[in-house]
Write a protein that binds this ligand. Sequence first.
Ligand SMILES: Nc1ncnc2c1ncn2[C@@H]1O[C@H](COP(=O)(O)OP(=O)(O)OP(=O)(O)O)[C@@H](O)[C@H]1O
Ligand SMILES: [Mg+2]
Length: 221
Amino acid sequence: MKNIEVSGIQKSFDGREILHSVSFKIKAGDFLSITGESGSGKSTLLAIMGGVLKPDGGTVTIGDAEITSLSEKQLAVLRRTKIGFVYQFFNLVPTMTVRDNILLPVRLAGGRVADYEEKLAKLVEFTRLSNVLSSYPDVLSGGEQQRAAILRALIHDPDVIFLDEPTGNLDSENARGVMELLKDLNKTFGVTVVQVTHSEQGASYGNSRILVKDGSIETCS
Ligand SMILES: Nc1ncnc2c1ncn2[C@@H]1O[C@H](COP(=O)(O)OP(=O)(O)OP(=O)(O)O)[C@@H](O)[C@H]1O
Ligand SMILES: [Mg+2]
């Protein structure tokens, strides 16, 4: 179980400071919702926390790993094994079946698919995707695609999954299904969940939240 500490994160684009020394902590097993107006810096912050983007200053520590000091190569390994990332538009590979999409991180990391069959079966049941495993993403509903993307992010038992507006492209029923799944995964497997959301409904699933305003943390609870 790994706590996350964000300390003094600064980031500028084209000479304009987007994040002004942002600091907060997340306890292992928390479900944190990050909200704030469009353009306030939420996606930038999430990308820095997930090792996708380098900050100009400050540190992000996950467990005892200071990810902001890792090399690109080390970060790539970390993202493939210890961190899950889920985006608004699902980002499934259209030419691969759902099963192959979910197993892609295993293959990319050079793992043996056979070693993951048991876990895959368990997660597939948990996410109610057994009927669509051999289908291609384009015939799935938005909710199913997002559940598949979440499952793909979980295949390596990450310490934390970061989600950027996971329900932003879904109708309310599918959105509820995805949020219920995240809540169950958080409860059952203890995986830390950090989501950016515009939805008040979606934010309410978390057990803590922060509001980003003009690149600073306005409230923490
Ligand atoms: N790669 C980039 N190059 C230049 N400017 C950027 C880049 N990424 C983000 N920005 C700027 O940084 C600011 C914050 O962007 P960010 O995407 O973090 O906001 P956000 O809170 O996620 O907004 P939204 O709710 O609309 O997704 C915006 O003004 C955006 O234009
Ligand atoms: Mg965003």
